[in-house]
Design a binder for this molecule. Structure first.
Ligand SMILES: C[S@@+](CC[C@H](N)C(=O)[O-])C[C@H]1O[C@@H](n2cnc3c(N)ncnc32)[C@H](O)[C@@H]1O
Length: 295
């Protein structure tokens, strides 16, 4: 298997493989990376999936939004060029740049999997995001998202404890200032000299470009889109990290998570990224209105 540049990529692949095991006919897989950024996850999937699914028909797509503001101008053309160079095939037709308010450019029920890495904490409208996920997934399809929840104790972009728990930007800026004065945060590494300016600029970043959600609000939004939500794969990310640290081979099929994984996920949501899995499961059907009388 190709080495993953980031354990997050390997984990997302393993969750997709675990969830779709036996559910993608002929090993066929059409997958979308929503908020694909620099395309590194897609590049990894394009190399790893043919090894996990030899001979399978693979159809990979990605899109990002151009009006969010978290990415620099011109990044999307660079993503296409990098992916072309890394995989030897053209990605121009497979990647799309849209607006946050646009419908996703894919037909209804056309995809087996939708994934995202470090995106949901930036999405402005999760209701819209999940409704589009539900629309483009085939029945039986799955969606896998790795991202920090609002519960996480240390804000992961700034490495400042609780900075994202404050509502007002003055309080956020104070938290950034005080934390960095105590040596906690990224101010020194950013090689900036004006802590006050740094604190205000990064408070602005948190206010405008992040939108942290709790487990409960995301489960409710998923339900509104008629998607089944679980965070039970969250502990598997930590197990994958421990295996990598111990030099053990990576796993690409996880054990089916049970209730204990659910409890562990509740605790781990305070530590780092959580794994949200959304399933488009349409297994319930209404009983017949007038059942045949039993003779
Ligand atoms: C931290 S970057 C992560 C990029 C990439 N997934 C990665 O792992 O490097 C967050 C990404 O989310 C994207 N984003 C923000 N809102 C979005 C939305 N509503 N739909 C899709 N992508 C969105 C941003 O444009 C940005 O590329």
């Amino acid at each position: 298997m190709p080495a993953a540049l980031s354990l997050t990529h390997q984990h997302i692949l393993a969750v997709v493989e675990s969830e779709l095991a036996g559910r993608s006919p002929g090993g066929r897989l059409s997958l979308l990376d929503a908020g694909c950024g620099d395309g590194l996850l897609l590049g990894y999937l394009a190399r790893a999936l043919p090894i996990l699914r030899p001979g399978a028909e693979l159809d990979l797509h990605g899109f990002d939004v151009g009006d969010h503001g978290v990415q620099q101008a011109g990044y999307f053309d660079r993503t296409i060029a990098d992916l072309d160079a890394a995989t030897g095939v053209s990605w121009r037709e497979r990647l799309a740049l849209i607006s946050e308010r646009d419908p996703w450019p894919y037909a209804d029920a056309s995809l087996d999997a939708v994934v995202s890495n470090q995106v949901l904490e930036h999405v402005a409208d999760h209701g819209r995001f999940f409704a589009e996920t539900a629309r483009v997934l085939r029945p039986g399809g799955v969606s896998v998202h790795l991202f920090p929840l609002g519960h996480v104790a240390v804000e992961p972009h700034l490495h400042v404890p609780f900075a994202h728990w404050f509502g007002g930007s003055d309080a956020i800026a104070d938290a950034i200032r005080w934390s960095n004065r105590l040596g906690i945060g990224r101010f020194r590494a950013a090689a900036e000299t004006d802590l006050d300016r740094y604190a205000r600029a990064h408070a602005d970043f948190l206010v405008r470009f992040t939108n942290y959600r709790t487990m409960a609000t995301l489960i409710a939004e998923a339900k509104r889109a008629k998607l089944h939500a679980t965070f039970r794969y969250t502990p598997h990310y930590y197990t994958a990290k421990l295996r990598a640290m111990a030099g053990k081979p990576a796993r690409y099929r996880y054990a089916v998570p049970g209730a204990l994984h659910g409890l562990a996920a509740m605790a781990l949501r305070y530590v780092s990224s959580a794994t949200l899995v959304l399933r488009k499961d349409e297994s319930y059907s209404l009983p017949a209105l007038h059942p045949e009388p039993v003779p």
